[in-house]
Design a protein around this ligand. Structure first.
Ligand SMILES: [Zn+2]
Length: 83
């Protein structure tokens, strides 16, 4: 008997040097697999428990990944705040 663990691949946001990115994997990468993000950054996959995500500060969003993701999904760009 197997215990299936269902994972939402849309919620996979790899963090590289404190910046979270978006990737569009077709399956969960194995540890050691090379992942290419939507922005073109590439890194080797490793896993950690979610509660450790902020141990080195809150990750910030990769703006280039956001642009590519929005283009792919037909989501308009965010409004710029008036300065
Ligand atoms: Zn990115």
């Amino acid at each position: 008997m197997n215990a299936l663990i269902y994972i939402d691949l849309d919620s996979v946001h790899p963090v590289i040097d404190g910046v979270w990115h978006r990737a569009s994997p077709t399956s969960m990468p194995d540890p050691g697999d090379r992942i290419t993000m939507l922005c073109g950054a590439a890194a080797v996959a490793e896993y950690e428990r979610l509660e450790r995500r902020r141990e080195h500060g809150t990750p910030t969003m990769c703006p280039r990944c956001d642009v590519v993701y929005r283009q792919q999904k037909g989501i308009p760009p965010p409004r710029m705040r008036p300065s």
